[in-house]
Design a protein. Structure first.
Length: 142
């Protein structure tokens, strides 16, 4: 049986992400995409300003059906936000950064909402992709 080759020793580039996301590091934390890293920087600034508290990354939730574990959902960020408008109490926010929303994610989000009684806030951070697409369209037309 053949052993898989290590890309660092064979000179090959590592396999790229299915959706073109590039792993990014901010400080000592690694993120699966630039958009996720950018959102982390925004949330850290909000936490330092006091708008949110208890920021956590990559929080794992079990998904069960009829007391049987059927899978899990990993939230990109979880934090507590106090809604000042209307005098509402603080609430925990579960947030996921998405460029492309897959069918599997939609299923997990529905299941999460049914099991935990709250929605996942989806943040779209695809500005870079739109800018690159517009730039490439301009160069093709010339």
């Amino acid at each position: 049986m053949r052993r898989p080759r290590n890309p660092s020793t064979t000179g090959r580039r590592p396999k790229r992400n299915k959706f073109g996301a590039k792993r990014t590091q901010v400080g000592d934390r690694k993120f699966d995409s630039k958009a996720e890293a950018r959102r982390y920087v925004e949330l850290r600034a909000l936490e330092q300003a006091g708008a949110i508290t208890g920021l956590r990354c990559q929080v794992r939730y079990s998904l069960t059906a009829h007391n049987v574990k059927i899978g899990h959902y990993v939230a990109d960020f979880v934090y507590v936000r106090g809604d000042v408008v209307g005098g509402a109490e603080c609430r925990e926010v579960v947030e996921d950064v998405k460029g492309i929303e897959t069918q599997l994610f939609r299923w997990k989000a529905r299941h999460f909402a049914a099991e935990y009684g709250r929605e996942i806030e989806v943040v779209r951070m695809d500005r870079e992709r739109k800018a690159k697409a517009a730039k490439s369209r301009r160069t093709i037309q010339r």
